[in-house]
Design a protein around this ligand. Structure first.
Ligand SMILES: *Cc1c(COP(=O)(O)O)cnc(C)c1O
Length: 484
């Protein structure tokens, strides 16, 4: 296959891609119309035709994998399809072109949308208070733990420890230490759930909170979560729930009803708003009535004459955590998503997300090792132990999957599973796509036994093969340097 060379190498003097507007007839020159700083003779811009430019950018876009390309089963990340209607509302000028410093009277619709979304999220998760400000799941955790700390400090009840199961998301211990706490790791039992006796043993007057990821990172529902809440509350501690993956529980479980005190939901996962490549995100934070006074400001409140207003008049608030009201564009998309599905539609999401993950579990468990042979929630965690015996690691399987057109699943997480392969299909994939994915995974498993080198050499179909991923992420070399 031959492909078009880099755009700079196609440059030919005098070739043009667009007709610029003619200069005015009053005799003014370009230098009179543009500031001097914008007029540079030394920019090495290529001189190319329009079709060359179009092909250049379309080709670049095709080198990028996205959910619009194929299935993206990255476990714990809920890479579900973002319906295009979300983008339509996200671009409505009245929502997209407002400025956060406009007066409340001018942005009543936006404030109403925020208030409505807070109410819907509260209803879905079972909490009386919601803040839409956190810009990511991890920031939601941080703010949630700050609320706990603020309440305990106000009561002069100083507690330094946070209990975190080994199956919690990695951001949980990071959050605890960001808030100045010492995290205490609690083991999981043989069934994959938190060891309740270990929670009981570690509980005490020095424990500020327990941070539970539900479903946990093994993709399992923590069926003793209410017991954990009871143990914590009896000891004067609170319970944080990492609800980033509410996908499995929508319309089926309201965590607030289980006794959880504070919890975040990743709108950019469960509620379909686009994510990847580092953002933007929205980590809505839900709080109990006791923690409500500490939520960040400004908050949307009822205005003086009936409408909506923003208020910072909350004396116990932990303060501001964002410049303004959060990632508003994401919030518009989440609002659209919830309103377009309704309660029935949301429940169906949870049902199909769980069904899809279990379909993969059953169809692959004879070829990949399954550490916890039981019904999973929105994702299934396999182990690549069997393939490792042939010299092929989980990373190699992930790389080989790229050759079949799929994004790799999450690998080596959770840490408590050897050679972990964490697969989350989401409810947006059809039976046909799941079958195609299963076929690819089975082909790779068979190939590992007969021709392991293929997986070790993969990917074989991409412009570049294996990169030093840490360097590629930290010191990306993205600039094309034209030949001298
Ligand atoms: C994704 C995720 C997070 C972190 O969310 P970010 O928006 O990436 O900060 C935290 N916990 C769980 C369980 C997650 O899946």
């Amino acid at each position: 296959m031959t492909t078009q060379p880099p755009i700079y190498e196609l440059s030919s003097p005098g070739r043009v891609g667009v007709d610029l507007p003619a200069l005015p007839e009053d005799g003014r020159e370009l230098a009179d119309l543009l500031p001097a700083t914008e007029l540079r003779d030394d920019l090495p811009l290529p001189e190319v035709s329009q079709i060359d430019v179009v092909r250049h950018y379309v080709r670049l876009s095709q080198k990028n994998f996205s959910i619009d390309t194929d299935m993206y089963p990255l476990g714990s990340c809920t890479m579900k399809y973002n319906p295009k209607v979300n983008e339509l509302t996200g671009r409505l000028p009245g929502l997209a072109a407002v400025h956060p410093l406009q007066a409340d009277e001018q942005v009543q619709g936006c404030l109403e949308l925020l208030s409505g979304l807070e109410e819907m999220i509260g209803e879905i998760a079972g909490f009386p208070a919601v803040s839409l400000q956190p810009a990511a799941g991890a920031q939601g955790e941080f703010v949630g733990m700050m609320l706990i700390r603020a309440q305990q400090l106000r009561r002069e009840d100083v507690r330094m420890k946070v209990l975190i199961p080994a199956s919690a998301h990695g951001t949980n211990p990071a959050t605890a230490s960001m808030c100045g706490y010492e995290s205490v790791s609690i083991p999981n039992g043989p069934d994959g759930e938190v060891d309740i006796e270990a929670v009981r043993a570690a509980m005490g007057p020095d424990v500020a909170a327990v941070m539970m990821t539900v479903p946990n990172t093994l993709g399992l529902f923590e069926s003793r979560i209410q017991e954990v809440c009871d143990l914590a509350h009896a000891a004067g501690a609170l319970v944080y729930c990492d609800g980033a993956n509410m996908n499995a529980m929508l319309g089926r479980v309201r965590p607030g009803n289980l006794g959880i005190d504070v919890m975040h939901l990743n709108l950019h996962k469960t509620f379909s708003t686009p994510h990847g490549g580092g953002g933007p995100g929205a980590g809505a934070l839900c709080a109990s009535a006791e923690l409500d006074p500490y939520l960040p400001v400004p908050r949307v409140v009822e205005g003086p004459d009936g409408g909506f207003a923003r208020s910072s008049d909350f004396p116990h608030s932990i303060g501001r955590i964002q410049g303004h009201m959060g990632n508003f564009g994401n919030l518009v998309r989440a609002y659209t998503y919830i309103r377009s599905l309704g309660a029935e539609g949301l429940r169906e999401i949870a049902d199909i997300a769980v069904l899809n993950a279990n379909y993969l579990r059953v169809k692959l468990q004879d070829v990949y090792d399954l550490p916890h042979d039981r019904i999973c929630m929105h994702e299934v965690v396999f182990s690549g132990r069997r393939q490792k015996a042939h010299g092929v690691r989980t990373l190699d399987i992930a790389k080989r999957l790229i050759d079949f057109g799929f994004h790799p699943p999450t690998v080596y997480f959770p840490l408590i599973v050897e050679e972990a392969l964490m697969i989350e299909p989401t409810e947006t994939e059809s039976r046909e796509t799941l079958d195609r994915f299963i076929a690819a995974m089975r082909t790779i498993a068979a190939e590992v036994e007969t021709d392991p080198q293929r997986s070790l050499d993969a990917p074989l179909s991409t412009p570049v093969g294996r990169l030093d991923e840490a360097t590629a992420a930290r010191k990306p070399d993205l600039r094309y340097v034209p030949p001298a």
